[in-house]
Design a binder for this molecule. Structure first.
Ligand SMILES: [Zn+2]
Length: 105
């Protein structure tokens, strides 16, 4: 779908994706932090003190990776919604006009 600036009708339009980029960055941090905390708790429940240490190390690493990736995807999806609905996501390279895409209803 070609994008056209509503002001000058130029086709030189780019998506800014501010919310998407911010969302995925925040999602990685939130996902990794939340998942790492959960990994330590699970290790403690499963194997007592020794298990807690091993569980913490292995669980933290694995869960941080998985949680970070999941958080990134979730954050990017949320950011995309913010971009399209709240922020003026599109930027005309010709006249500098910022605008939102009108959704077909
Ligand atoms: Zn324009």
């Amino acid at each position: 779908m070609p994008l056209i600036c509503p002001k000058c009708r130029s086709g030189r339009v780019e998506a800014r994706d501010v919310g998407k980029k911010t969302g995925s960055a925040l999602g990685v941090i939130a996902g990794a932090a939340g998942a790492a905390t959960g990994g330590a708790a699970l290790g403690a429940i499963a194997g007592g003190p020794a298990g807690a240490v091993l569980g913490h190390l292995a669980g933290t690493l694995m869960r941080a990776l998985v949680g970070g990736a999941t958080g990134c995807a979730v954050g990017a999806a949320l950011g995309e919604v913010v971009d399209e609905n709240i922020l003026a996501n599109h930027h005309c390279l010709n006249c500098g006009h910022r605008f939102r895409l009108k959704r077909a209803e």
